[in-house]
Design a protein around this ligand. Structure first.
Ligand code: AMP
Ligand code: ZN
Length: 112
């Protein structure tokens, strides 16, 4: 997707503060963190949102979910962290390239 900001971070066209990369997944710090640690996990392949995923995306979704605690630990979030996936306009999604928010740290987050 030529006009997708996260695809541009994948290609290096725009900078991202990367914390992890493999052949299918990229993780980088959120530019507007809501907690002391806040990073995003994305598939390198352009997927619009969780609502567009199908059985063929099982592996990439599993990969991202398993990477979340590993990278959270590497970022020092040993007391725990929150994962959020905003889906569609109604879910508050602003960047239409699937991403998992992982954040936490400091005094911790309130329950809900
Ligand atoms: P969402 O509302 O779930 O679509 O969240 C999009 C997130 O992407 C927001 O938390 C933004 O701060 C973040 N974001 C937007 N542009 C960039 C960028 N260039 N680098 C890192 N994070 C970004
Ligand atoms: Zn994209």
């Amino acid at each position: 997707m030529s006009d997708c900001i996260f695809c541009k971070i994948v290609t290096g066209e725009i900078p991202g503060r990367k914390i992890y990369e493999d052949d299918e997944v990229l993780a980088f710090h959120d530019i507007h963190p809501v907690a002391p640690v806040h990073f995003l996990l994305i598939p390198k392949r352009h997927i619009v949102s969780l609502a567009e995923c199908g059985a063929g995306d099982r592996d990439i979704l599993g990969r991202m979910m398993l990477l979340a605690p590993k990278l959270a630990h590497e970022q020092g979030l040993d007391a725990g962290f929150r994962t959020v996936i905003n889906t569609g306009h109604g879910g508050g999604q602003e960047v239409f390239h699937l991403h998992v928010h992982v954040f936490g740290g400091g005094a911790g987050l309130p329950g809900f």
